[in-house]
Design a binder for this molecule. Structure first.
Ligand code: ADP
Ligand code: MG
Length: 726
């Protein structure tokens, strides 16, 4: 058996297995080894029937049978007796004064049994144990647990791995499959991607040992050591990939931006308000990057409304007023990329406004042949105004350097768009704008452009250091003065009517509202109990019919086609829609200043950082905004989290506290960042992140091509543990 062998070569797979494995992305033996348990069931310290010690407490995993209620004549008590069995033997079990046990206790399926050992070493029994069916639906089936005589639990296995659920395949299947892999020694044939000196420094077990410990741990300590190692491995691999990108970037030549500070000052002098201290710091960071010999690669992180656009405009102004380095003629150019047509249009307007006193030609490029969003230009001869222009003409002026700043969507990276000297690329709200796209942009000019990414997604520092390890960080941790403060309130069910009244008050004033729902459609009736969350579709219909019949209710969700989405957003912006019912799609950068109130249904289902971003949508003007959180359940933790939102207005602080209370995987969904659950788990360990980062930077500095680390290079290519930036 080889790690690269497909699983089907060594295991007889039935159809449900095949599809389940495929769904889990497990094709090879190596994949199987890298598929880790999500948790472990504990059976306790002594763990097996053969080794019971009277007078001690014990926890066992096995099967219970022959339960029978009895009356004890001597003491006139009731008792229930039964037999418990694991692969090492059988033991008698008794409960006193719990006559219902015989009816209630799960028989014939694997259970965890915890109780005190009585009797003697020769004839032990267990009294009044607690019984829990373990991982119902996960471990059952496969025939193995159906008859006690085929029961096959390791006698000395005191904790039992439970694998991530997938229909068609059970934890037990993995358990046995991996046992065979270990017997074959295939796990010893994968080279350890973590170099020995780093393993030694952080006391990490070897790959070979870790595979065994993570899948068949003898105890909790082993399992934890192995998990820690694998989370280190994943973070380390990501950090190495990022460090490599950083090193590659540092080796590139860059446009020299001359007189950058002077020009930035000149721009700031034309603005009506002074920059905040945070904006000033960010601009200084960027100017320092411009003075470097290699392209800037920087992330500007700032809460909604913190004024990232001003920073971008200052950087842009410095660039367009710099001359191409003693070579050709023309101007250096700036590309500004937004995630949607609407945002591109809004930013185009903002830049026209910021540059109304300065001579710059700004272009807006949108979908080709689209009447509704024609390409536009604001020329330096006609400042502060935009006029329509043909796309062909626009592209011509971009190519000959006539247009200094081009705003647009992903359309910007199309082949047809050619710049004369693209010197700065700015990307807004696109946290997954990857290295590959950055390279595509880089090919658009004669030199790789400086790169500034901007995001309002508040993420914890450990996550930022990992996924953005190739970027330098500037943070806007301060809002411009004079913002109306948002009122956030948790609304319990009986207060719902009052909340609607408040919404109505705003509507009467001519303002608009958002209602956010956690789901698009009605829940699947089969899962009715699990998912009671309100659906956007049903809620929109209900609000229109029963609550706000006199107002226009609109509906927007992820299932709506892009053109339709644009139309709905345009209608909302034009106030043809008063109340927009939506899923969390409105999270990204939508700017309708007239919307001042938001209701969030099923609020506890969202991460704090996400809720914070959502409510930012109603903080776009000086009108006092409101955000109502309507939880479905009132668990302590859920309420504690939502209360944090009532109190704090700092997105980064909320992201950190989300990380503490919910864990990162739960918070954002690991898929979004291309990390495994295990990797996300590690984000709670700031020390580990720091160690992985330092290790990665040092390694790449000495061996930028990973020539001496082939196993690590291979790990970076692996599809599992996700190192892909897109
Ligand atoms: P972000 O993109 O970070 O969410 P914007 O750049 O859209 O924020 O800025 C939000 C609003 O704040 C804009 O109307 C902008 O004109 C204003 N603004 C930006 N910086 C300042 C400042 N230093 N003082 C006052 N208002 C500012
Ligand atoms: Mg913005």
């Amino acid at each position: 058996m080889l790690p690269t062998d497909p699983i089907s070569k060594h295991f007889r797979l039935m159809a449900p297995h095949v599809s389940a494995l495929k769904k889990l992305g497990i094709l090879t033996i190596r994949d199987l080894l890298y598929h880790f348990p999500s948790r472990y069931e504990h059976a306790g310290a002594s763990g097996s029937v053969a080794r019971l010690v009277p007078g001690t407490k014990v926890s066992l995993v096995g099967i219970l049978s022959k339960l029978q209620a009895k009356k004890l004549w001597k003491s006139r008590r009731t008792a229930t007796e039964g037999v418990f069995e694991d692969s090492s033997g059988k033991v008698k079990v008794m409960w006193f004064n719990q006559p219902y046990i015989a009816k209630m206790a799960p028989q014939g399926i694997p259970v965890k049994l915890t109780g005190t050992v009585g009797g003697s070493a020769e004839r032990p029994y267990i009294t009044n144990p607690e019984v829990i069916a373990i991982a119902a639906g996960e471990v059952i089936a496969e025939g193995l647990f159906q008859k006690p005589d085929t029961l096959n639990l390791e006698p000395d296995t005191s904790i039992f791995p439970i694998y991530p659920e997938s229909r068609g395949i059970t934890s037990l299947w993995f358990y046995h499959a991996l046992k065979r892999v270990f017997e074959s020694g295939a796990h010893k044939k994968i080279d350890d991607p973590i170099p020995p000196e780093i393993r030694d420094r952080y006391h990490l077990p070897t790959l070979e040992t870790s595979f065994v410990m993570v899948h068949t741990p003898e105890d909790e300590k082993h399992a934890q050591a192995a998990r820690k190692r694998f989370s280190f491995e994943e973070i380390f691999a990501i950090q190495v990939a990022r460090a490599k990108e950083r090193a590659e970037n540092a080796a590139l030549p860059a446009f020299e931006i001359t007189n950058a500070s002077e020009n930035a000052e000149k721009f700031l002098a034309t603005i009506d308000f002074p920059p905040t201290r945070a904006q000033h710091r960010a601009i200084v960071d960027i100017l320092a990057d411009f003075a470097n010999r290699h392209p800037m690669a920087r992330l500007l992180e700032g809460d909604v409304g913190s004024g990232k656009t001003l920073v971008a405009a200052a950087a842009a102004y410095a660039v367009v007023n710099s001359r191409p380095p003693n070579r050709q003629s023309g101007t250096l150019q700036v590309a500004y990329m937004a995630p949607t047509e609407i945002l591109a249009g809004q930013h185009f307007q903002s830049f026209i406004e910021y540059f109304k006193d300065l001579p710059i030609n700004i272009g807006l490029i949108t979908r080709s042949g689209c009447k509704k969003f024609p390409s536009k230009i604001a020329s330096k001869n006609n400042r502060g105004k935009a006029t329509d222009i043909s796309r062909t003409q626009l592209l011509k002026w971009v190519a000959n350097g006539e247009i200094a700043m081009l705003v647009g969507t992903h359309a910007l990276i199309q082949k047809k768009v050619q710049f004369q000297h693209l010197a700065l690329a700015i990307v807004d709200e696109q946290h997954r704008f990857g290295t590959r796209q950055r390279r595509e942009l880089a090919r658009k000019g004669d030199f790789p452009p400086h790169f500034l990414s901007m995001t309002a997604t508040p993420i914890p520092r450990t996550l930022a250091l990992t996924i953005y390890g190739d970027l330098d960080l500037s943070i806007l941790d301060e809002l411009p003065p004079g913002r109306a403060k948002i009122t956030t309130e948790i609304i319990m069910p009986k207060m719902r009517a009052e909340a609607y009244e408040k919404v109505r008050e705003e509507l009467v004033k001519g303002r608009q509202a958002y209602v956010i729902c956690p789901r698009i459609n009605e829940p699947d009736p089969e899962k009715m109990n699990a998912l009671q969350a309100k659906s956007a579709k049903a809620e929109a219909a209900r609000l229109q019919k029963d609550v706000f019949p006199d107002y226009e209710v609109g509906l927007l969700h992820g299932g709506v086609k892009p053109a339709e989405k644009d139309r709905i957003m345009a209608d909302f912006a034009a106030k043809k829609i008063d109340i927009l019912v939506a899923t969390s799609v409105v999270e990204v950068g939508i700017n309708v200043p007239n919307a001042t109130v938001m209701m969030i249904e099923g609020a506890e289902r969202f991460g704090l950082a996400q809720l914070h971003q959502l409510r930012g949508r109603v903080q776009r003007s000086s009108n006092p905004p409101f955000c109502f959180l309507l939880p479905e359940s009132k668990g302590d933790l859920a309420m504690k989290r939502l209360k944090a939102l009532e109190k704090s207005a700092d997105g980064f602080q909320l992201a950190e506290s989300d990380l503490e209370t919910r864990g990162a995987g739960d918070l954002y969904g690991s898929r979004q960042w291309g990390m495994s659950d295990l990797g996300m788990e590690a984000l709670q360990n700031a020390k580990l992140i720091k160690a992985a980062r330092e290790g990665a930077l040092a390694l790449v500095e000495n061996d930028p091509r990973l020539a001496a680390h082939p196993a690590l290079a291979l790990r970076l290519q692996s599809s599992r543990g996700a190192l892909h930036n897109e």
